[in-house]
Design a protein around this ligand. Sequence first.
Ligand code: FES
Length: 110
Amino acid sequence: MNFIDIGSIDEIPIGRPTTRVVDGRKIAVCRTKSGIHALDNTCPHRGGPLGEGDLIGEELVCPWHLWSFDVKTGNCPGSNDVGVAAHDVKIEGNRVLVRLAPPRPLPELI
Ligand code: FES
């Protein structure tokens, strides 16, 4: 999978998530102090839209039942087993490019 241009840096808001569709997959894009990050948009709990959640520091919080996800790894804090795919992001000039990671399996607890 190649990197795909999702827009300019200026189009990614600071401190709140936004969404893009990349190769038919909806992703949540987050711009934090550590940079720009991209996660799968669908919460593994019950399918909430992460791109409509809150960005608190380096965590994206699902708007439905408040599960949170590390924007760098996609993991729920304290777990390496539960989370969403975290995609590779690189900046070229003022453009943001994303390379999709494979989807992560759903946790067994739901
Ligand atoms: S759907 Fe995301 S926390 Fe429940």
